[in-house]
Design a protein around this ligand. Structure first.
Ligand code: TXA
Ligand code: MG
Length: 363
């Protein structure tokens, strides 16, 4: 299959293009579309066959459900059930953060095919801020089910060129609207009632909406077992026929310990501690600002700063996946070392991605 690339300027009037893409999707096509977080691989969420083609193109296991992208918050009630006790919290969250990089996991309506949610009783939804994803969803009139447009387990694409590298020949069309403005996948929350009977949220994935922002609205519960134990937990969950879900223990099936992985080994290292290189190994350093004691060692064949000189977390977030990808493609680097980042604000989400990228690399 030839993969066509159409480049657009999101500031132009793109209505005709949105209609054309929606028309293709109505016929079952899958299309890579930009969002403000990362590029997504979209299908009409109501077309189970098209959704199956998304899993196939990504080589994604069927147990890992997709996010539904809505044209507006008004669509939420069509796809999700909002209980009375959670309605105020959901309204607060959607008013403050939609359109934007926040995904809510709620009990699903029957119109959502099981393949979208991997058989779970809940559906993940968000209204993206990016004009193109939202414009196509509006033209389609249905939600767009879209995971990140990378092959399973790999680094998420923050540019159309990265999507091309991941999925060329496997999908018919990529809409290129330039680099993503957030650079990290959405924050995923499951609203719930906590043990004290108060509305709260389970934080299923760290993302651009940071814990500190959420805490101003409600209690944020961090599922303890996510991360290293998620894979084992998931297996158990599947064997038990989703008993975990029935008991109200929310897990995000796609949050496996090893994820966002470059093909080279990646290790995390403190920017202040010294580093002893092994002989005959060529190292590349992903540094926060490029000016730490670690960065000033002379053992780096390649040094890529995330926020050169400035140390701005937002800039580092936008560049993180692109820099990981560039380092992975560097022919003169065998092993990637990544500096640990400050764990505050966006730093939580970036450290989450780096830890998963490092998981499985043995030092
Ligand atoms: O920013 C984003 O969220 C991007 C863009 C394209 O919107 N999408 C994205 O999708 O990152 P994906 O498929 O790469 O990650 C979605 C995550 C997975 O970890 C999946 O397990 C989780 O959302 N998820 C989806 N539905 C869920 C559900 N019903 N319950 C719990 N977790 C769910
Ligand atoms: Mg993904």
């Amino acid at each position: 299959m030839d993969t066509r690339l159409i480049s657009v300027d999101p500031l132009d009037n793109l209505k005709a293009l949105y209609e054309e893409v929606a028309c293709m999707m109505r016929e079952g096509a899958i299309v890579a579309l930009p969002t403000e977080t990362v590029y997504g691989l979209g299908a009409d969420a109501f077309n189970a066959e098209a959704v199956a083609a998304v899993y196939e193109a990504k080589q994604r296991p069927s147990f890992d459900p997709l996010i539904c992208h809505l044209a507006s918050a008004r669509q939420l009630k069509q796809v999700a059930i909002i209980s009375e006790e959670l309605s105020e919290l959901v309204e607060q969250l959607t008013k403050q953060f939609w359109p934007g990089p926040l995904t809510l996991v709620l009990p699903k309506q029957d119109c959502i095919p099981d393949i979208v949610t991997s058989g779970l009783a809940t559906v993940a939804c968000r209204v993206p801020a990016h004009e193109v994803m939202r414009g196509v969803a509006k033209a389609l009139g249905h939600p767009i089910a879209a995971p990140s447009a990378n092959r399973f387990g790999r680094i998420s694409p923050t540019s159309a060129a990265a999507v091309m590298k991941e999925l060329e020949g496997r999908i018919p069309l990529i809409i290129d609207a330039g680099a993503c403005s957030e650079g990290l996948e959405s924050t995923i929350l499951a609203p719930c009632i906590d043990e004290k009977g108060k509305p709260a949220v389970h934080l299923l994935r760290e993302g651009p909406i940071a814990r500190e922002q959420l805490r101003k609205i409600c209690r944020v519960i961090r599922p303890k077992k996510l991360g290293a134990h998620a894979a084992a937990q998931l297996k158990e969950q599947q064997q038990q026929g989703n008993e975990e879900q029935q008991q109200g223990n929310v897990v995000s099936p796609g949050q496996l310990a090893s994820h966002y992985a470059p093909s080279k080994p990646l290790y995390l290292h403190s920017p202040r501690e010294t580093f002893t290189p092994e002989e005959d190994v060529r190292y590349g350093l992903i540094s926060y600002q490029g000016e730490s004691p670690l960065a000033s060692l002379d053992c780096w064949e390649e040094l890529m700063p995330l926020s050169p000189g400035n140390g701005r977390l937002a800039e580092a977030a936008v560049r993180l996946f692109a820099v990981m990808r560039a380092m992975d493609e560097c022919e003169h680097v065998d092993v990637i070392i990544a500096e640990e980042l400050p764990e505050t604000g966006l730093g939580y989400a970036m450290m989450d991605r780096l830890r998963r990228a490092a998981h499985g690399s043995q030092q």
